[in-house]
Design a protein around this ligand. Structure first.
Ligand SMILES: Nc1nc2c(ncn2[C@@H]2O[C@H](COP(=O)(O)OP(=O)(O)O)[C@@H](O)[C@H]2O)c(=O)[nH]1
Ligand SMILES: [Mg+2]
Length: 551
């Protein structure tokens, strides 16, 4: 038998041909509730499957009829089934792929930050919530109604007084019963109340992020939304907070879902084309396939671009000022910050340590880092400073190579050697007030992005900030509100991009269509990871452990 011509694909005919019965042929599971379900035929079906593998040619029509006469439920074909099976139920955006997880344990935590404040909130979630309410409030509160209560200790004397709100499952943040006690923001009173709740014995202290983790597990949020909760809490600029809020509302998830859906449709067509390549159905010709892949690649690129901007918003960027001693690095840092942060002096070797400060430009948080001038020195402290400067350069998202235009500009390439070749770099020719070089971007400066500045006269700084934003890929797009993204998301999108590129390469040869299907499947899988529909325990642990307690 010709093994080469064998396709181990379990499809035999279109579903439509045999009505609405829709059982995946790979499963061979009968449905005992149906009289025609061929119960007890599972073994027979497996046997048939084994036999199929010996058939030396495409067996679609032949075995479809064969099967039909026995029990057609096992042979009905629907290309969507395979796509769906790979992704785990409705992986694309809906929560159905994640089994609702009701935790047996109840958890509690102080949800407000430590210290004294007007209000302190304790949150309890889980099956013991009603019992806690009964012991602490003396009754089970009306769901979703704020009421003033006395919070009672075991002797029924009040610990504190405040609002209590009960959210019955599934209509709560976690999807479980939740009780919120809004007392006074006194660490002592909150501590007493927490002790009271924990001594009931049915509740334990929540781990960081455990409330949100439960919300995720119960299908209230997808993983990208859950991450944006932490991003919103940790946001340091208005733009970052707004972007995190957008992601929490599902803006990023929607984009991923919609793109995945398109990819999925393309995949269904590719799968059908493979399965019916010998039949005159003509699902997807070469041009259509290539056009579909090109379109997907384009959409992914735009998504990646926006996600990069979102990731920048969330994490900010480390921008390191490096270069020879006395070029004006510290002066430039101070000019950009509009404050005297670094010591400026005309004697070389003044800056000996790494000095960091943050600046918000159009919502983008830059962590500006001033470093010691790169030079040989007999001074141990300065040598250590130069070593640290090297580390800072290696860890930078963007290096500003500051050169003194009065003498270093001509041998800029020597200085460039000190910067790793793949680092994003801007060359700055400082002290242009002395050389009379026009300030601003210098076009075509030996292929480097170069800006002429005067730190002392504050010239060329706006051009420099624009160049920084551009180099970091952060440019404000008109009516598009940015969404928050993380490096984890970027990695997944990059991986999808690589796989789509493979798919496009494989699509050049008709014989590679099976590989195309596999590439698209892996790309789709990478996207599903973003939403957490195919996430693993370790990843979830990593993500939720970065949350604060009580969220
Ligand atoms: N004329 C002029 N002098 C500058 C400029 N930037 C820095 N300087 C001077 O150059 C000297 C070294 O500056 P500094 O910022 O300490 O350089 P660093 O060693 O690279 O940090 C100081 O005397 C500064 O006042 C500039 O743009 N124009
Ligand atoms: Mg300095």
């Amino acid at each position: 038998m010709d093994q080469g011509s064998f396709h181990p694909r379990p499809l035999l005919c279109f579903a439509d041909t045999y009505g609405g019965v829709n059982v995946r042929p790979t499963v061979f599971k009968s449905n005992p509730s149906r009289p025609d379900s061929a119960e007890d035929y599972d073994g027979f079906a497996s046997g048939l499957y084994f036999l199929f593998s010996l058939v030396s040619s495409r067996f679609g029509a032949l075995l479809a009829c064969e099967q039909c006469s026995v029990y057609h439920t096992t042979v009905v074909y629907n290309p969507e089934d395979r796509v769906r099976e790979d992704l785990g139920a409705e992986a694309l955006g809906s929560q159905a792929g994640r089994a609702s997880t009701r935790c047996e344990e109840s958890i509690a935590a102080i949800a407000t930050p430590p210290g004294h404040g007007g209000i302190g909130i304790i949150r309890v979630s889980g099956p013991a919530v009603k019992r806690v309410a009964y012991w602490v409030l003396g009754e089970e509160p009306e769901p979703r109604t704020a009421r003033v209560y006395e919070f009672l200790d075991q002797n029924k004397s009040p610990i504190d007084q405040g609002l209590a709100i009960f959210f019955n499952n599934p209509h709560s943040y976690t999807g479980e019963d939740v009780l919120e006690l809004h007392g006074h923001g006194s660490p002592a009173a909150l501590d007493m109340l927490m002790t009271r709740i924990l001594e009931l014995g049915t509740v334990r202290l929540a781990r960081p992020g455990e409330f949100t983790e439960r919300a995720f597990l119960n299908g209230k949020l997808d993983l990208a939304q859950a991450e944006s909760v932490a991003d919103l809490i940790g946001s340091r600029t208005h733009a970052a907070a707004r972007a995190a809020k957008k992601s929490l509302e599902g803006a990023f998830s929607k984009e991923i879902t919609s793109f995945s859906k398109n990819l999925r449709e393309l995949r269904v067509q590719i799968e059908a084309e493979i399965d019916f390549s010998d039949e005159p159905v003509g699902v997807l010709d070469d041009d259509k396939l290539r056009a579909g892949l090109d379109e997907a690649a384009e959409a992914l690129e735009s998504l990646l671009c926006r996600a990069k901007r979102g990731a920048l918003l969330g994490g900010g960027a480390k921008v390191v000022l490096a270069g020879p001693a006395n070029a004006g690095k510290s002066s430039l840092m101070n000019a950009l910050l509009a404050e005297e942060r670094s010591i400026v002096h005309n004697s070389p070797g003044t800056t000996r340590d790494v000095i960091e400060s943050e600046i918000d430009i159009d919502g983008l948080l830059l962590r500006l880092t001033d470093t010691a001038g790169l030079r040989q020195s007999n001074d141990e402290v300065e040598t250590e400073g130069v070593r640290r400067a090297g580390n800072a350069i290696r860890g930078a998202d963007l290096v500003l190579l500051v050169l003194d235009d009065t003498n270093d500009g001509t041998n800029y390439h020597e200085w460039l050697k000190g910067v790793p070749s793949r680092k994003s770099t801007i060359v700055i020719l400082n002290k242009c007030d002395i050389t009379n070089r026009p300030y601003g971007v210098i076009p075509d400066f030996f292929g480097e992005v170069t800006v002429a500045t005067s730190a002392t006269k504050q010239l060329g700084l706006n051009s420099l900030l624009e160049a920084i934003k551009q180099q970091l890929g952060y440019s404000i797009m008109s009516n598009e509100e940015p969404f928050m993204a993380r490096h984890r998301h970027l990695r997944a999108l990059e991986s999808a991009k690589v796989n789509l590129a493979h798919a496009a390469a494989n699509a050049k040869d008709r014989r590679g269509i099976e590989l195309v299907a596999e590439d698209v499947r892996i790309a789709q899988q990478a996207l599903a990871e973003i939403l957490g529909t195919v996430s693993n325990e370790e990843l979830l642990g990593q993500i939720f452990s970065t949350f604060c307690i009580g969220k």
